[in-house]
Design a protein around this ligand. Structure first.
Ligand SMILES: [Cu+2]
Length: 243
């Protein structure tokens, strides 16, 4: 009986892991951080699916095997006084799993939060109910815009601020997210690795217009980026000058 149960758990876990890994959970990887985050996610799947399958299998088996049959309504099971051995096992195994995953997560976090190299491009990200705006310095002058542009394969640091309530600056394709908190500057750095347009989303419920607090980041080849930024710098200067 225990052998068949173990076999069911092994087979169902393998199927479950296969299905979960086959699902594409996230948008295309758009930054150097994305593969690391996705690998971490896959590790979590491989570790957690067998636990889920084991618990559900044992629960269903117990319900079936030790269910109350007609005529047993008044009966009670034999008294149980606990099992030290079992309790030690079910404390130690989860402790090891949690400690290992936490260590992996901490190492990964330190890695993706490593200080940016000096001279890294800085984009000031400002959250406001209910929009994002972006400020950056370029060779052609300062640029202010509601759409974000970045050159591909060049590291960038986002300095994130809020003018009112707490927002969160999230580009799902980049995988990174941090709160925009009034009064302080939060930041993260990454390198966009894929040319294209990606969603920017506010990931912190910030009021009635939260769902509309979206923008787009367009990652461009460096030469194209330069041309676009020159045009925007011109426009920004014109707007500034007309005040
Ligand atoms: Cu918001």
């Amino acid at each position: 009986m225990w052998v068949s149960l173990a076999a069911i758990i092994v087979v169902a876990s393998a199927i479950g892991i296969g299905i979960m890994l086959a699902i594409s959970w996230f948008p295309a990887q758009g930054s150097n951080v994305a593969p690391k985050i996705d690998t971490f996610w896959n590790v979590l799947i491989v570790v957690s699916v067998p636990i889920f399958v084991s618990v559900v299998t044992m629960m269903l088996f117990s319900i079936w095997r030790w269910r109350q049959r007609p005529g047993e309504e008044g009966l009670d099971g034999p008294p149980i006084h606990g099992s030290t051995k079992l309790e030690v096992i079910w404390t130690i195994i989860p402790t090891i799993i949690i400690a290992a995953l936490s260590t992996y997560a901490a190492i990964l976090l330190l890695d993706i939060q490593a200080a940016p190299a000096k001279g890294t491009r800085v984009v000031n990200v400002n959250g406001i109910q209910f929009a994002w705006n972006f400020e950056t310095k370029t060779d052609a002058g300062p640029v202010k815009s509601n759409l974000l542009y970045l050159p591909v394969n060049e590291p960038v640091t986002f300095d994130i601020r809020s003018k009112d309530v707490i927002h969160a600056f999230w580009v799902p394709a980049f995988r990174m997210q941090v709160d925009a908190v009034p009064g302080i500057t939060t930041s993260y750095s990454l390198t966009p690795t894929k040319v294209g347009s990606f969603d920017i989303v506010c990931a912190e419920l910030c009021g009635l217009g939260h769902a509309y607090m979206r923008s787009t980041v367009t990652v461009l080849p460096p030469a194209r980026y330069k041309a676009v930024m020159a045009g925007l710098a011109h426009a920004s200067a014109a707007v500034g000058g007309s005040k």
